[in-house]
Design a protein around this ligand. Structure first.
Ligand SMILES: [Cu+2]
Length: 239
């Protein structure tokens, strides 16, 4: 399996480093000479009090500080747009999921290749607890891209897949989308990230990332039965 933890989080993390390095380097090469000149050319009594007259610019320097920033801006823009395109383009082999937000929960429909719903998970609003019952967990396969088609029943919500660092608005009457991929099995948070009413702070879901084989069984509704069978066989062996 891929060593990368999640997409598009990986690309965002890289983009942060690229922008940070460029910003810090530019800051250093402008701020340090700036400080130096503040002291060097500060006002001193009797020293060039009127300043230099008729001082002409330096064409080489003018060209340099026009061309170099232009190149930096073009490189950053091209690179960032490429990241954006990757984040907006779900891989063709994505699994498709339909998610409908409502006050205050999520309905998740798993679709087959023809777009028919084969399984539905609905999260329940519970202001008392952050515990999520097993049947309300959104199960997805590890290492597979998941495309989420989003909409809302009432007001604007936002579906935020925390480990993948991706969020998209869920708007009534409209279908929006996002895609993500988490490579490490485990349980993660999904939050509503658009204030949508008094229950907003408890509008979350648990994302359960499992190995693809386990996901296939879960989708068929066989995961529980298989587990029971295996344990009874093992129990039989012991006797
Ligand atoms: Cu909401």
């Amino acid at each position: 399996m891929d060593q990368v933890f999640a997409y598009p989080a990986k690309w965002w993390n890289e983009a942060v480093v690229v922008w940070l390095v460029v910003a810090v380097v530019i800051y250093i090469i402008t701020a340090i000479p700036g400080l130096y000149f503040i002291f060097k050319y500060r006002f001193q009594k009797g020293v060039r009090e009127l300043g230099d007259q008729e001082k002409h610019g330096h064409w080489g320097l003018e060209a340099l500080w026009t061309i170099v920033p232009t190149i930096i801006v073009l490189v950053l823009a091209t690179y960032s747009f490429a990241v954006f395109q990757k984040q907006r383009t779900a891989p063709p082999d994505s699994m498709v999921m339909k998610v409908t937000g409502f006050m205050w929960g999520w309905q998740v429909e798993y679709l087959d290749k023809d777009g028919n719903t084969i399984k539905t998970v609905v999260t329940a609003y519970n202001p008392e607890s952050y515990e999520v019952p097993e049947e309300q967990k959104i199960v997805v396969p590890a290492g597979k891209p998941v495309k989420v088609l989003l909409t809302s029943l009432d007001v604007v919500h936002a579906f935020y897949v925390m480990p993948a660092k991706i969020v998209e608005d869920a708007v009534p009457g409209r279908i929006t989308y996002l895609w993500f991929q988490i490579n490490k099995p485990g349980e993660y948070w999904v939050f509503c990230r658009e204030f949508c009413g008094t229950g907003h702070s408890h509008m979350f879901a648990k994302l359960k990332v499992v190995p693809p084989e386990q996901f296939a069984l879960w989708l068929k509704g066989m995961d529980g039965k298989i587990a029971e069978k295996t344990s009874s066989i093992e129990g039989g062996k012991d006797l």
